[in-house]
Design a binder for this molecule. Structure first.
Ligand SMILES: [Zn+2]
Ligand SMILES: [Zn+2]
Ligand SMILES: [Zn+2]
Ligand SMILES: [Zn+2]
Length: 325
C-alpha cells in the first residue's frame, strides 16, 4: 500500500509575510551605504538570478486520494493537526489524541469532553506501522518512500529539505531551496550580489564606538556555480567589542567542505589573514559566529587598521574562494 499524505505545505510559499526588513536595514544604513566592491570581476556575465528561481510550490504532491485521505484523517491529531506517533491516546469513546497534546487538555477529551484517562490506541499505532509514505519534501525532489515511523527521522536529515533564510539580524522565517533563497535575499533583503571568487570589500562606520551587538552585513557571492554568504559583523566577545567576518556555503555541509576561502584585513603596515572552510547555511549564522569560525578582529586592532584618529572604522577586507581538488 502506497499512500501519499501528510503533506502540509508550510514552506516556500510566496505569500509568507515579508519581515520588517526596512527597519532592520535602516539601522545599519551608515555601514551599508559605504560598502563597496572595489574591483568588480571584469568580464563575467551578470546572472539574472530571478530567471533561475524555481517555485517549489508549483509541482506539489498529488496525493493518492481515497484510502489515503481517510487514513490521514485518522492519524491526524484533532488538536494540533500533526501526524500522531506512539503512544497515541484515546478517550473511552474512542477519540484519539497525540501524546504531545495529551498533557495540555487537562484530562478532558477535546472532542467529547469526557474524562480522558490513560487508554492507548494500539490498533491505530499498528495501522500506522503498516504504512509507507513519501517523504514530505517530495515536491522539492526527494523520491524516498518510508515506513511511517522512520519517515520523521529521514525528513529531519533529508537532503531536499528546505533551508532557512541565511539573512541574519531579522527574524525572517522564509524557507526554500537555494535558488528561491537567492532570489529572496536579493529582492526582499536587498542583499548585494556579486559574481566571482575574489572580493575586496570596504566596511566604513563613522562612529566605531557604537558597537552594537547586532551590527552586521551580508553579501552574496556567486562562483563555481554555487552561492556563498559573506558575513561581517560587530559583536561583543565577553567585554571586548570585536568584528568577525566569515563565509557560509548555500548548500549542504558535505559540499561546503569542497571549498576553502581566505580573508585578509590590514593597514598601517599590519595584516591579519584567515583561511577557513565555509560552513553550510544549515548551521545558523549565530552558531558559526559563536564558534568564532572566522576572521576575528579586535576593535583596537580594527581601529589601528583604519589608520585614522579612532573616529572612523575603515576596514578593507579582501578575500578569495577556491575549490579544493
Ligand atoms: Zn496533538
Ligand atoms: Zn472523546
Ligand atoms: Zn526526503
Ligand atoms: Zn529572509
Amino acid at each position: 500500500m502506497q499512500i501519499a499524505l501528510l503533506f502540509k505545505c508550510q514552506w516556500g510559499e510566496k505569500g509568507l509575510p515579508k519581515q520588517s526588513m526596512a527597519s532592520a536595514n535602516s539601522f545599519f544604513d551608515d555601514i551599508r551605504s559605504h560598502a563597496e566592491v572595489i574591483d568588480p570581476p571584469e568580464s563575467e556575465d551578470v546572472m539574472d538570478i530571478g530567471e533561475s528561481v524555481s517555485d517549489p510550490t508549483q509541482n506539489s504532491v498529488k496525493p493518492n486520494v481515497g484510502v489515503s485521505s481517510s487514513v490521514r484523517e485518522l492519524l491526524e491529531c484533532p488538536v494540533c493537526l500533526n501526524a500522531m506517533y506512539p503512544p497515541i491516546h484515546q478517550c473511552s469513546n474512542g477519540h484519539t489524541l497525540c501524546s504531545g497534546c495529551k498533557p495540555r487538555v487537562h484530562n478532558r477529551c477535546p472532542t467529547c469532553r469526557h474524562e480522558l484517562g490513560n487508554i492507548r490506541c494500539l490498533a491505530l499505532e499498528k495501522i500506522a506501522a503498516s504504512l509507507e509514505l513519501p517523504c514530505k519534501y517530495q515536491s522539492f525532489g526527494c523520491i524516498g518512500i518510508y515506513p511511517y515511523y522512520s519517515k520523521l527521522k529521514h525528513e529531519s536529515q533529508c537532503p531536499f529539505r528546505p533551508y532557512n533564510c541565511p539573512y541574519a539580524g531579522s527574524e525572517c522565517t522564509v524557507i526554500g531551496d537555494i535558488p528561491y533563497l537567492v532570489a529572496h535575499l536579493k529582492d526582499d533583503h536587498k542583499v548585494d550580489m556579486h559574481n566571482g571568487s575574489t572580493f575586496n570589500h570596504r566596511y566604513v562606520k563613522s562612529n566605531p564606538h557604537e558597537v552594537e551587538n547586532a551590527t552586521w552585513m551580508l553579501t552574496v557571492f556567486s562562483c563555481f556555480g554555487q552561492y556563498f554568504c559573506l558575513h561581517f559583523e560587530a559583536f561583543q566577545l565577553g567585554m571586548a567589542p570585536v568584528y568577525i567576518a566569515f563565509l557560509r556555503f548555500m548548500g549542504d555541509d558535505n559540499e561546503a567542505k569542497n571549498y576553502s576561502y581566505s580573508l585578509e584585513v590590514g593597514g598601517n603596515g599590519r595584516k591579519m589573514i584567515w583561511q577557513g572552510v565555509p560552513r553550510s547555511i544549515r548551521d545558523s549564522h549565530r552558531k558559526v559566529r559563536d564558534s568564532f569560525d572566522g576572521l576575528i578582529i579586535q576593535r583596537n586592532m580594527a581601529l589601528f587598521f583604519s589608520g585614522g584618529d579612532r573616529k572612523e572604522l575603515k576596514l578593507r577586507v579582501t578575500g578569495r574562494i577556491w575549490k579544493e581538488q
